[in-house]
Design a protein around this ligand. Structure first.
Ligand SMILES: [Zn+2]
Length: 400
């Protein structure tokens, strides 16, 4: 079965190097993008969605979520949060640890317990696509005393990420360095909580001094989650390290501005990744990833295309996931959206530059419609996509 999306008015690639393109139609076959601007017989498809001159962008990638069990989060006593985020445009999520599980004793975490928690989560919450969303769950929280056998068990369970969150970084760096090496040897990536103490009250302060020798794959919420490292530390991390730097909805707006400006002037935006760091004390934020995009574009000097690319292709790449870019052969994880009546300008680009929320009409994951007609979390876009009947084969790509 083939699907054609036509009459695209604005096309966001998700690729920071070329974040927009004059693509007017795309064809999806077997869940992947088969053609851009197909013509003639190539444009034939069983299903045709007319984008009505609206925008198409990759599904957003939330690089920092805290799932617990399925779509239930005890952090804010909410159910259905993953589906709500989907309606905010998020199609992929990466767990930064399942630390909100009720009853867990942060003062008595053992290697057996954190390993088992990640293994159980990977085999339950991480096994299912809740509301269709690609959720990577089962992220191990690292504690002292772990052996290679624990990392073997994590790898065998399909765990992709480990996280330093409750780990007491001290003068002896050998164990933590070993954890990084053992993770990498098993194809797992390493994220580290940075800044001040988190809601749990249990993590240690982490700034440039630790990051410089730890060398994680991603430094989490560098501008605060919720408390940022010092300004001097932020500058040093940007100037003197090379790994990916994450900004989260839970952070400090001023520190985010400082971080992003510095990355931008150094031409290192490829290091910037995004997440919400929710559910948590910041709340359950279905439009959180969109709000991150709007802040970067309206206040931090990024173009709308760059901001979308950071929220999609950049974040996916930093986490080693093959999503977030709309190109031939890539998974068809797509948000069809546009500017909302009353927002600045008539294009989504103008609206995002002004900091105005997009309206979402349709969302696809692997070419399947998971939101149809309109999002339940955004107002409808002015240009609202609609299904045409069967394609006659006479369709010609054209600008609206
Ligand atoms: Zn977090």
């Amino acid at each position: 079965m083939a699907l054609l999306i036509k009459n695209i008015g604005e096309f966001f690639t998700g690729d920071l190097a070329a974040p927009t393109a004059p693509v007017r139609s795309l064809k999806i076959v077997d869940g992947r993008i088969a053609a851009l601007d197909p013509a003639g017989d190539d444009a034939r498809a069983e299903t045709v969605l007319d984008a009505a001159g609206g925008a198409v962008m990759p599904g957003l990638v939330d690089g920092h979520v805290h799932p617990v069990l399925g779509e239930w989060t005890p952090a804010q006593d909410a159910i259905g949060w993953i589906g709500n985020y989907l309606h905010g445009g998020t199609t992929t999520m990466i767990s930064a640890g399942e630390l909100h599980i009720p009853g867990i004793d942060y003062d008595n975490l053992t290697p057996e317990l954190v390993t088992s928690l990640a293994v159980v989560t990977a085999a339950t919450t991480g096994r299912v696509r809740w509301s269709g969303v690609k959720l990577q769950a089962g992220t191990a929280l690292l504690v002292p005393g772990m052996t290679q056998a624990h990392f073997d068990r994590l790898a065998a369970a399909g765990v992709k990420w480990v996280k330093f969150l409750f780990y007491p970084f001290g003068a002896d760096t050998a164990e933590a360095r070993n954890y990084v090496a053992w993770s990498h040897a098993r194809g797992m990536r390493v994220k580290v909580h940075t800044g001040g103490v988190s809601r749990s009250g249990a993590s240690a302060v982490c700034g440039y001094d630790v990051l410089s020798w730890l060398q994680p794959d991603v430094a989490a919420h560098v501008s605060g989650g919720p408390i940022p490292m010092s300004d001097d530390d932020i500058d040093a991390v940007v100037d003197r390290t090379n790994f990916a730097l994450e900004v989260c909805s839970s952070g400090n707006y001023r520190s985010t501005h400082r971080l992003v400006e510095r990355l931008r002037t150094r031409n290192e935006l490829q290091r910037l990744t995004l997440g919400t760091d929710t559910p948590g004390g910041t709340g359950v934020i279905p439009r959180g990833m969109l709000r991150n995009v709007l802040y970067l574009a309206s206040m931090c000097g990024l173009s709308p295309g760059q901001a979308v690319a950071v929220a999609t292709g950049n974040t996916a790449k930093a986490h080693g996931i093959d999503v977030g870019v709309l190109a031939i052969g890539k998974p068809a994880d797509i948000v069809v959206c546009g500017s909302i009546t009353g927002s600045a300008g008539t294009t989504l680009t103008d609206a995002i530059a002004h900091g105005d929320l997009p309206g979402i009409s349709h969302v696809l994951i692997d070419g399947e419609f998971v939101v149809t007609d309109r999002s339940r979390q955004t107002p409808p876009p002015t240009r609202r996509a609609f299904f045409c009947c069967c394609n006659t084969g006479t369709f010609e790509a054209r600008a609206v």
